[in-house]
Design a protein around this ligand. Structure first.
Ligand SMILES: Cc1ncc(C[n+]2csc(CCOP(=O)(O)OP(=O)(O)O)c2C)c(N)n1
Length: 693
């Protein structure tokens, strides 16, 4: 028995092992694992065989990792993991993340063997083929049981930290009866060499994510050869220093693995279990060397491996007894699932409705009113305000209205305006708050937010400076690929940040973020658009959104009252031309007021110009060609104004347009001086137009 953080004693989810398995180092790996007669080694060999055969058939893939970790994975799935293949979306299931995503066949084999309907033998035979569920690396959404997309090493580990964090946050809100599960991850040497692993383990250790358990495939091999070529870290010491409990086991000894997992479940700190394994275990000539890492073993080697493993069955054939033992493991989840449904039924009805709503990803019924109230506030008070400050005011209304909204910042809370009033902080071991101090760990923050979104039940947002999206990019890209609702609040979004200089001034970032398929980039011009863009980001539950916000104060540009969310179309005519439109001044964010001033100057010179605000290129692209053309002004001289590079603007400006923006890195100076120095002013716009007309 162990005490949950709420103090109530409760049994961890674990299946009592047969006597011969408990804790004995001497225990032979052939000991019976399950009441059926299938032996542990047979169950593990089923994974090995499927991995060898699928990789061989695809003529591509990574057999070594699944073969080495087959024992550990067998113990984890058969004796610890709480899951029900019939209900892959069960909110209280344990999460399993294969951070070493190249070993995808390990996961696919386990999902198949335990009876996930999506993962048929046919799918295994189609490993890595177009349209299969068995993609080269696990892809979220392709099959039940794939909790996240992994492959870029280290990302899965940081996702797992986010999942474990979401679990604790929901546990604090809804209680042990309905939220009480573990997050397990398998990492390889590669994951641990990646920088993101440092951020992730440090954050998890600090927060005391006791229900996070990481198994390390400690096989001493990566692609170039022995890991000793490149790394000599004492990983156990490293994790211990970050506040984890650590153990070392022989990754082939099921008893040792069992003991370590059982102990890991009871600790208040995250747990790290180093499993000493042999890559490609079973393949006589390739085991233990990099040759087993990432290429088919070859027919001859597979044949001798079958003999060595004592696995005489043909490719893709699992003997009935072994198949039945694995199916029994899968079937065992039905009972805890049923009990969980009952517990959910006993929950106080309002709380239960809240749990179901949040788990389904539906925002509260009247949340839009909070965004509208913020918008009305700006329309009435017309403040001159940085959009990051406007965002804080919007959050002051949204946060109380949306209990599942969980904020944070990578040590820039005051600058990002990410902590709403009355937003208590999540502390080590105390997850009742709503705000996370991620520390200076942008990459892990972004990946953890993906993990939180994937977990479901919370809607994460987190802030940093726009320039440091470069430090988050791999995680942002994966969030887009997985279509997760993650909101990045990225402030100080141009040379407008001023004195901090070129190291901090984004120049190419907007263009590069807009290049990520599926990411919505919002660059609101004032408080009104900021409220609108927040509403759009929250409403969008099929992908990530990024808010690009200013450090410097901007004038309110939206003055006309109206409830319609004009930003929803991505772009709109903010100020029509006085007279027949000759020029279209198209701008985003802080440069919209530059466009408005240029419009006034051009009007004085008798040149009618309209101003178009373009807060979201992605939403604009979804509009009809006719709408876009009408907004951008057919037959007019088009001028794009944005304090970034021109990349991408040609789609709005056409071949004859003018772009006013940046062509090189910025400089350190007060922001007004910089706008003048780089020629992003109303005067420069007016002059460029006059020179052309
Ligand atoms: C960020 C990232 N860099 C590089 C790779 C390419 N890569 C895939 S596996 C691998 C080696 C990983 O070694 P290890 O984790 O020890 O896996 P094992 O050899 O044990 O299968 C590399 C470099 C990757 N997938 N992700």
């Amino acid at each position: 028995m162990f005490a949950s953080h709420s103090g109530r004693a409760m049994p961890p989810h674990r299946v009592t092992p047969p006597a011969e398995m408990t804790g004995s180092r001497m225990m032979d790996d052939t000991a019976a694992l399950h009441p059926s007669h299938a032996r542990h080694s047979d169950m593990a060999n089923a994974i090995r065989a499927l991995a060898m055969d699928a990789v061989e058939k695809a003529k591509s893939g990574h057999p070594g990792m699944p073969m080495g970790m087959a024992d550990a994975a067998t113990v984890l799935f058969s004796s610890f993991l709480k899951f029900d293949p019939a209900h892959p979306d069960w909110p209280d299931r344990d999460r399993f993340v294969l951070s070493a995503g190249h070993g995808s066949m390990l996961l696919y084999a386990l999902l198949h063997l335990t009876g996930y309907a999506d993962m048929t033998m046919e799918e295994l035979k189609n490993f890595r083929q177009l349209g299969s569920r068995t993609a080269g690396h696990p892809e979220y959404g392709l099959a039940g049981g794939i909790e996240t997309t992994t492959g870029p090493l280290g990302q899965g580990l940081a996702n797992a930290v986010g999942m474990a964090l979401a679990e604790r946050i929901l546990n604090a809100r809804f209680g042990d009866e309905v939220v009480d599960h573990y997050t397990y991850a398998i990492t390889g040497d590669g994951c641990l060499m990646e920088g993101i692993s440092h951020e992730a383990i440090s954050l998890a250790g600090h927060l005391q994510l006791g229900k996070l358990i990481v198994l390390w495939d400690d096989n001493h091999v990566s692609i170039d050869g022995p890991t000793a070529l490149a790394v000599s870290d004492d990983q156990l010491a490293r994790f211990r220093a970050a506040g984890w409990d650590v153990e070392r086991v022989d990754g082939r000894q099921s008893g040792e693995i069992y003991g370590a997992l059982a102990r890991a479940q009871t600790t208040k700190t995250p747990s790290f279990i180093a499993c000493r394994t042999t890559i490609g275990f079973g393949a006589p000539h390739k085991a233990g060397s990099a040759t087993a890492h990432g290429a088919p073993l070859g027919g001859a080697e597979i044949e001798v491996a079958r003999q060595a493993l004592g696995w005489p069955w043909p490719p893709f054939e699992i003997p009935a007894e072994v198949a039945a033992a694995w199916r029994a493991v899968g079937a065992r989840g039905a009972e805890p699932y049923r009990r969980w449904r009952q517990a959910l039924g006993r929950l106080e009805p309002k709380l239960r409705a809240e749990f179901e709503r949040a788990s389904a990803g539906r925002l509260p019924a009247r949340w839009q009113e909070a965004a509208l109230a913020a918008k009305r506030h700006f329309l009435e008070s017309k403040p001159k305000l940085a959009t990051r400050q406007a965002s804080k005011l919007v959050l002051d209304r949204l946060v109380p209205a949306i209990p599942e909204l969980i904020g944070g910042s990578a040590d820039l809370t005051g600058s990002n305006g990410t902590q709403a009033d009355d937003m208590p902080v999540i502390k080590p071991g105390d997850f009742s708050g709503r705000y996370i101090h991620y520390g200076v760990r942008e990459h892990a923050m972004a990946a953890a937010m993906s993990g939180m979104a994937l977990h479901r039940g919370v809607v994460p947002y987190g802030g940093s400076f726009l320039i440091f999206t470069d430090y988050c990019r791999p995680a942002i890209r994966l969030a887009a690929m997985m279509r997760q609702r993650v909101i990045y609040v990225m402030t100080h979004d141009s040379i407008g940040l001023g004195e901090d200089g070129p190291t901090h001034q984004p120049v190419e970032q907007l263009a590069s973020l807009r290049a990520i398929p599926g990411l919505r980039v919002f660059r609101p011009a004032d408080g009104v658009e900021t409220a609108e863009c927040w509403a759009l980001a929250l409403a969008h539950d099929k992908g990530p959104s990024l808010l690009s916000l200013t450090r410097q104060a901007v004038s309110q540009v939206r003055l006309a009252a109206g409830e319609e969310n004009l930003s929803a179309r991505g772009g709109y005519v903010l100020a029509p031309a006085e007279g027949k439109r000759k020029v279209s001044l198209i701008a985003t964010g802080s440069e919209v007021e530059v466009a408005l001033a240029a419009r006034t100057q051009l009007a004085a010179a008798g040149i009618p110009a309209a101003v178009v605000s373009l807060p979201s290129w992605e939403l604009f692209a979804e509009e009809s060609a006719a709408y876009r053309e009408e907004v951008l002004g057919p037959g007019t001289l088009r001028v794009g104004i944005e304090a970034g590079i021109a990349w991408g603007w040609e789609r709005h400006l056409g071949p004859d347009g003018i772009f006013i923006g940046m062509t090189r890195f910025g400089a350190s100076a007060p922001y007004a001086a910089l706008y003048k120095h780089f020629g992003i002013t109303a005067e420069a716009v007016a002059a460029a137009v006059k020179a052309r007309l």
